[in-house]
Design a protein around this ligand. Structure first.
Ligand SMILES: [Zn+2]
Length: 131
């Protein structure tokens, strides 16, 4: 898809925080953007270029991924959002299978971030293979 005029992959995510919000994380060759479209609070939105992002980590315990982003954005953490407005909390029936799925989701997200051009080429191949 195209986001702000450039090729992007879009991930539905829950943004961790004191009051979690929900939206789309856009990964592009330029960086990452977060848009809390399902819970619009403009303060939570951000746009970060790769030179502002210093660390990307995956937490196997929580099935989340985190980005260390330069001030004023700061550290940001995300979990998969599978269905609009219906994210699952770990305290409410979080099974091993769910956690595996969460980890696959965030691992793919991070892989796309780390090698966007390879991910983009996979997408192009997928597109041309469709009838
Ligand atoms: Zn948020």
């Amino acid at each position: 898809m195209i986001h702000d005029g450039e090729a992007a992959l879009r991930f539905p995510v829950m943004h961790s925080g004191a009051r979690p919000c929900e939206g789309f994380l856009y990964v592009t060759a330029r960086g990452i953007d977060y848009d809390p479209v399902f819970d619009p609070r403009p303060k939570e939105a951000f746009s970060a270029t790769r030179d502002q992002i210093s660390d990307v980590t995956i937490s196997e315990d929580s099935g989340s991924c985190s980005f260390s982003i330069a001030d004023p954005v700061g550290d940001q953490s995300f979990r998969p959002l599978y269905e609009q407005g219906n994210f699952r909390r770990p305290s409410l029936g979080f099974t091993e299978m769910d956690k595996k799925t969460d980890l696959e989701f965030v691992s793919y997200l991070v892989r796309v971030y780390r090698d966007f051009s390879a991910a983009e080429q996979e997408l192009v191949k997928g597109k041309t293979a469709k009838p």
